[in-house]
Design a protein around this ligand. Structure first.
Ligand SMILES: Cc1ncc(COP(=O)(O)O)c(C=O)c1O
Length: 389
């Protein structure tokens, strides 16, 4: 993603990276270490993320999809075993269950939070092995409640949208990714996410054995056995992949991480401007935080009743595009994808909230570099397009 111009009008994408001179300097300096990959910056980045979210281990990989793949692979699925996730997500959340030999299943979302509805996940799901909740748009789900309802199911949090989000747990706030109630959490560092490494991802876990296995799997499944007399010797004991991340990417990640809290602060300021502007307008709504949640806001989704406004969503998007404002739809319900219809058919009638959500959802520009006049421009053009006075 990059910012460009239409005539003298600045284009506002729905999301984009914020790269500063200090980020570039950090990448440049990383070349001086002599390491391009598997070097000290990778470990430093892993340790910094682990400290930030409050977890024992962090394992950095080439992207968020690889992170999901490796966790599901390390767990392993028997032939008929099932992994449940939200239909309101990017394909990777459920594809990774298939990569690892599992059967993906979806459970409807909650119409207020747009996250998977814990109350309606079927506890009698046959052969249930894993649940992968997605902290959609940055709003954390109640992982504790999920764990209490499913004490014997492995929970893998997809927090690709939720670095820096928190939930109130008893007396304290804990960060998403601390894995207090889950086996592992994944994050993505794709350019539109809270911080970026270009492409990149990380897995957090408190489980020592899982951490060792993930490190092995991200590099072909190889290990160097302790105390072996031959210095060249390595052994492949698992079928792994090359999912390594480079040192210069991690140098960028380290530099970005320093700015994460200020990025989130700015995201929250922008969201509060949007919320005030679109509050109490008939035909428009959005998810809001509850007292126990701290949303780090990867996305800001408006639900617009396009029928009520007498307009197709595509028309609305195209009109905004002419004004230099780019919007997106997060997400097409995954079960509607042709591949899923063919191989893992689901009945749309089982997802009334997701179906209703999908008709109305639109993500509007949100990224820390937006200034207040950009935000006002987005608000003004949306209201003009919908003919709201
Ligand atoms: C919810 C979710 N999970 C996983 C991913 C995969 O992350 P990546 O693009 O880094 O592979 C994404 C990416 O957009 C995502 O939005």
């Amino acid at each position: 993603m990059f910012l460009s111009m239409i005539g003298c009008m600045r284009v506002l994408p729905y999301g984009t990276q914020s790269i500063s001179f200090s980020d570039k300097l950090k990448i440049f300096r990383s070349f001086g270490t002599g390491w391009l990959t598997c070097g000290p910056q990778v470990q430093e980045f892993e340790e910094a993320i682990a400290r930030y979210v409050g977890v024992k281990h962090a394992i950095a990989v080439s992207n968020g999809t690889a992170a999901l793949h490796l966790v599901h692979l390390a767990i392993g699925y028997g032939e008929e075993e099932v992994g449940i996730t939200s239909p309101n997500t990017f394909l990777a959340s459920s594809n990774s269950i298939i990569y690892a030999g599992g059967r993906p299943n979806f459970s409807d979302i909650d119409s207020a939070s747009f996250n998977i509805n814990i109350d309606t996940i079927d506890p009698n799901t046959k052969n249930l092995k894993t649940i992968t909740p997605v902290h959609f748009a940055g709003l954390p789900i109640n992982v504790k409640k999920l764990k209490e309802k499913f004490p014997n199911t492995i929970i893998i949090e997809d927090a690709a949208h939720a670095l820096g989000s928190k939930f109130h747990d008893g007396e304290e706030w804990v960060k998403t990714g601390c894995c207090k109630y889950s086996l592992a959490t994944i994050f993505s560092f794709h350019p539109v996410k809270h911080i970026t490494t270009g492409e990149g991802g990380i897995i957090t876990t408190n489980d020592d054995q899982l951490a060792d296995m993930l490190r092995q799997l991200r590099s072909h499944g190889m290990i160097k056995p302790n105390g072996h007399p031959d210095p060249w010797y390595y052994e492949m004991t698992e079928l792994g992949y090359n999912y390594r991340i480079t040192d210069f990417q991690c140098a960028l990640g380290l530099s970005q991480l320093k700015k994460l809290d200020s990025f989130i602060k700015r995201r929250r300021q922008i969201v509060s401007l949007y919320q005030s502007a679109f509050y109490n307008i008939d035909g428009i709504s959005f998810a809001s935080e509850e007292k126990w949640q701290f949303n780090s806001y990867h996305l800001f989704v408006l639900l617009i009743d396009f029928e009520k406004f007498g307009m197709l969503r595509s028309e609305f998007m195209n009109k905004l595009k002419e004004k230099g404002i780019l919007t997106q739809v997060h997400y097409i319900p995954v079960y509607q994808q042709p591949y899923y219809k063919k191989h893992f058919p689901h009945n749309e009638a089982d997802f009334p909230n997701m179906e209703e959500y999908y008709k109305k959802a639109i993500s509007i520009p949100l990224y820390p570099k937006m200034n207040n006049s950009d935000v006002s421009r987005v608000i003004k053009e949306i209201k003009n397009t919908l003919k709201i006075s």
